[in-house]
Ligand binder design. Structure first.
Ligand code: UDP
Length: 235
């Protein structure tokens, strides 16, 4: 396998599958089984999952509600998704730990870096819930930050698009995919990879990002086997 320790970022929205809201059981089990396959090869897997399928802080703002309150609601949404993923993995007999950026003692451990690393060394899949635990951030920022903290080799951003394109491929049929691109090119071409905070963390800490299509079964394993896929962003 190409990497020893990975941080897999999954969006909450992807968990909806064909639904308009919430968690699609089939998609959840698909993700769990893909994670199981790569974890079984000895790759240490940490996961950050978003909350957009349930709640985003900006939604509160749109209703004239408090943004900070909305962000905490969004963080709790990520805990719900993380619990679902944990349960799905356990159903497949994968050993897991859920570490949360917000203290929710009954359902998960608090995030402690050394503990996270220890779990990974013991072969457990570690899920980071509640983002970084602070408002005005996203789960992409949490993915970058946690990946840096645990010294992951790469952030794998699983999306429904198979990489970074010259234009939005869902709108522009002439758009072409970059197999590789540098951090500086992403900035100069104003491409949308992650939000700026998340992206800058990766750039400044020289942490490569691979954007790939997580919804095609087997892609995660193929990617880790070194098959060219998605877009690699690096220095
Ligand atoms: N959030 C936050 N701080 C964090 C992570 C998440 O405030 O560190 C909130 C924020 O409101 C965000 C929501 O949780 O909109 C859900 O996360 P995100 O939008 O990143 O989920 P995704 O788009 O990946 O589904």
């Amino acid at each position: 396998m190409k990497y020893n320790r990975i941080l897999l970022k999954l969006s909450g929205e992807a968990l909806m599958g064909q639904q308009q809201y919430g968690i699609d059981a089939e998609r959840l089990m698909q993700y769990a089984s893909e994670i199981k396959t790569v974890a079984a090869t000895g790759v240490q897997v940490a996961v950050v999952i978003g909350g957009g399928n349930i709640y985003r802080g900006v939604q509160a703002e749109a209703f004239g509600l408090d943004r900070v309150q909305g962000d905490y609601m969004g963080m709790l949404a990520t805990v719900i998704n993380s619990m679902a993923l944990q349960s799905a993995l356990e159903k497949l007999e994968v050993s897991t730990r859920l570490l949360s950026g917000l203290t929710i003692q009954r359902v998960c451990e608090p995030y402690i870096r050394r503990r996270a690393v220890r779990h990974l060394e013991k072969g457990r899949v570690v899920i980071f819930g509640a983002g970084i635990g602070s408002p005005y951030f996203t789960t992409d920022s949490a993915a970058s930050l946690r990946a840096i903290e645990i010294e992951a080799d790469v952030v794998l951003k699983g999306t429904r698009v198979d990489g970074i394109y010259t234009a939005d491929p869902e709108k522009d049929p002439t758009a072409t995919r970059y197999p590789e691109i540098t951090f500086d090119e992403v900035l100069s071409k104003n491409l949308n990879v992650m939000d700026m905070t998340a992206f800058t963390l990766c750039k400044e800490n020289n942490l490569p990002i691979i954007v790939f299509d997580m919804n095609t079964p087997g892609n995660l394993e193929r990617l880790l086997n070194g098959e060219p896929m998605g877009t690699l962003v690096s220095a």
